[in-house]
Design a protein around this ligand. Structure first.
Ligand code: C2E
Ligand code: MG
Ligand code: MG
Length: 265
């Protein structure tokens, strides 16, 4: 199931440092149609020598390769936290979200890795880190996953259930996994303008989440009309191309300065 060339190109990228994290803002609606950036989701890219950039759609399966998942996971957490530290030193107060693969989450060394990389006095507080766990993949051992994530929460990290609604056991995951945030998958957001049914699903998730004291991010917000409707539905957090695409860290900082948020005075 793991195409050799993909796995090779990803491990080569890791080895030769052509792996990059891009960052996409997660925002809260502010006064007068403004956005208040609250978090940055780190998303993997491979920057090639010819200047082109590969997105995970071209190497997604390799992310879960048993021999790669752990080193990639460590790279992402370490790099994301370094960036958070840079931003914090610039006075920028942002949560950093990283995607955790299921093989890494279920690796017996996962908590060791997290403890080594995250619980460091010289670094940003563990509270700055959100771990996104995708709902679309099957988690073989839900109890083990749940226990590991609970330990991360005790250390102060936030847990986010990604791609919510697309899995085979969404509600079971929600019941068993300790989550602070649900990210409604973009497939439910895309057609909320056209379809009553999709709107009803989003309303239902928002209502259930609010009763559980869980925050909600709508993913894949692509137009002002989508953003407007989601705000009218009281969706607390939005992420999507309409606000900003994933960007290199330097461009992210420029974007933040332009929208004028998140810097402490
Ligand atoms: P995800 O975690 O659900 O990330 C959101 C994806 O939606 C990103 O795709 C982002 O670029 C895309 N997106 C954001 N806003 C919009 C929008 O308005 N419209 C549309 N059509 N798409 C939007 P990307 O960067 O290609 O990543 C795809 C998936 O690859 C991620 O989905 C995540 O599951 C995985 N991935 C990315 N980075 C990592 C990583 O560091 N580790 C692991 N394990 N998986 C990762
Ligand atoms: Mg994600
Ligand atoms: Mg997602």
């Amino acid at each position: 199931p793991y195409p050799l060339n993909l796995t090779k190109s990803l491990s080569r990228a890791l080895q030769y440092r052509s792996l990059r994290l891009y960052y996409q803002p997660i925002v809260r609606p502010g006064p007068e149609d403004s956005w208040i950036p609250v978090a940055a989701e780190a998303l993997l890219r491979i920057e090639k020598d010819d200047g082109s950039v590969l997105t995970p759609s071209s190497f997604a399966e390799a992310l879960n390769h048993p021999r790669l998942a752990r080193s990639l996971g460590c790279f992402v957490v370490e790099t994301g936290l370094c960036q958070a530290k840079v931003w914090q030193d610039e006075g920028l107060d942002l949560q950093i979200s990283v995607n955790v693969s299921i093989p890494h989450l279920l690796d017996p060394r996962f908590l060791e890795d997290i403890e080594r990389l995250v619980i460091r006095p010289s670094q940003v507080s563990p509270k700055t880190l959100t771990l996104e766990v995708t709902e679309s993949a099957q988690i073989k051992d839900l109890d083990q996953a749940s226990e590991a994530l609970q330990q991360c929460q005790r250390w102060g990290m936030q847990i986010s259930l990604d791609d919510f609604g697309t899995g085979y056991a969404s509600l079971t995951y929600l019941q068993k996994i300790p989550v602070n945030t649900i990210k409604i998958d973009q497939s439910f957001i895309r057609d909320i303008l056209a379809y009553e049914k999709d709107r009803a699903i989003v309303y239902g998730i928002l209502a259930a989440a609010s009763k559980m004291g869980v925050l909600v991010v709508a993913e894949g917000v692509e137009s002002p009309a989508h953003a407007g409707l989601l705000c009218a539905m009281n969706c607390p957090l939005l992420q999507g191309y309409w606000m900003a695409k994933p960007m290199r860290a330097d461009n992210f900082t420029k974007w933040i300065r332009r929208v004028g948020g998140a810097f402490k005075s």
